[in-house]
Design a protein around this ligand. Sequence first.
Ligand SMILES: [Zn+2]
Length: 220
Amino acid sequence: MKSIWYKRFDCPVCQAQFRAPRVFSEAIRVSRRDRDLMPHYEGVNLLFYDLVTCDRCLFTAFEKEYIKPNIVAKSGRFEKLKSLTKRAKKIYSGINLGEGRNVDDAIAIHILGASTYHILDQDRELAEVYLRLGWLYRLKGERQRELHALGRALIHFERVYQTTGDLDAVQRALFYIAEINRRLGRRDEAVRYYSELFRRFKDSESVYLKMARQNREEIR
Ligand SMILES: [Zn+2]
């Protein structure tokens, strides 16, 4: 079975039309999840393809930034993104942007994605990109870099928690604030945020609450 197909995109930064690999939903097989819900896949790893990179200028973002390019087109940010892509081309010209990517390609792509969302100043996307970057380092067995990336994700999950009214986003942010603190060895902070998660979402049977109850048990 084929797991990859190519989708057409228009780059909001350099205006190139290009095709980027996407994963067929039927090809996605999660074999297990870690305690922070990091998915492990059988076959193609979806984490390698969650961001879209323009093969001409290396602008990298989630699909929605290509579908609604108005955020990118806003003045001030646009020029910054253009100079980012110029620098990126010098450093990252060797990444495989097609199929058959490896973990190093995916790490470079997520670093590019983080740079994009720093310029766009979007905490929710920064939290997600750094979380995935941490997971990619975990796959490689690079523990210090993993914890560093998770620490960056934590900063942005905290900002999401403080600023959003979207309850699903609050629940996800609280779970990751607690869980990343637990992984960083900050016991009191982890306990505090797990308690806050249980207090605010006590009737929820979501995957976050189920995993949080197990993880909280492990903190002594
Ligand atoms: Zn481009």
